[in-house]
Design a protein around this ligand. Sequence first.
Ligand code: PHB
Length: 383
Amino acid sequence: MKALSTGLVAATLALTGAAQAQDVIKVGVIAPMTGPQAASGQQIMAGAKLYQQLNGTKVGNKTIELIFKDDTGVPDVTRRLAQELIVNDKVAVISGFGLTPLALAVGPVITQAKVPAVIMVAGTSMIVGTSPYFVRVSFTLPQNTAPVAQWAVENGVKSAVSLFSDYGPGLDAAAAFKKRLEAGGGKVMQELKAPLADPDFAPFLQRAKDAKPDALFLFVPAPTAGALMKQVVDRGIPQSGIKVIGPGDVTDDDQLNGMGDGVLGMVTSYNYSAAHDSPENKKFVEEFKKANNGRRPNVIGVGGYDGIHAIYKAIEKNGGNTDGTKLIEAFKGLSWVSPRGPVSIDPETRDIVQNVYVRKVEKKDGELYNVEFKTYENQKDPK
Ligand code: PHB
């Protein structure tokens, strides 16, 4: 009798387990949570968790379970974690990718496994084209850079020096800037490339200052912006009459207050500002701060939040079917109102279409903010 009841209990448990497994859809989130890009992983995780906190874990009758993994910012680790999540955990989707090389590392894995990957940060234009299973909710550097280049043309910038991290997004940003500036009659005098790992910006900034350009165009990945801008300010470059500009990565909302008043007046263009004036963003910023000891969300936090939103909506559109080839189709053409403004996924390219705003650093209630003053609507990657 005892043996029988134990057997029954075991069978019941096994059944419950199987039923549960079918009701749970697992989503991998891979990002640098430690190392020099740790701020990226922290923002992604905070944004993704906040989405579930505010919207619940259910899509129809399925429970969405997020599995977070720290790739420490090393591409080989990203690739291994992607493989483990797909093979062992049987995730329906992977997401995250705090740097371009980390996203590129998973391309062959997702193509072979036919599992969609949602890019929440990486911004080099060509990434999404390297696998039919990539979809991007972040931005591209040419998309975010073109408006500030246009602003430079319209504000009398005839000569510029570009200083940027020497990898995909830096090269993309510098090329987009040069194209627009030179089409407007200006000239890029020098292009200075700083290494991505452990950069010493001092010699580059000295050369840039000595060249006396009208503008200094800057790009580094957002988590590196504080280190760069501190040196820009310490050298008095904004005060020397050189307009310091770039895509908004360099006035990253997460670190802006630490850069000091030397960045007041700095103009950048970007897809997200914590100061974006909309009811959706007010709620997002308030709830994000509440859940993260007052920390301000940045473009990466909103990428984590929107990435999970897109995954929910794609699963919902497919009625809970998580076949990878069907799921990637469901991302195409999604549109929603993000804290950054209206966005959609281009069905042709699987890349994000969104507003890009021109902003100026201003002080409000004792804090520095990127205050938007001009909007370029529904921008695609300009390719
Ligand atoms: C990238 O590596 O693609 C990247 C990372 C952070 C940024 C922008 C681009 O802020």
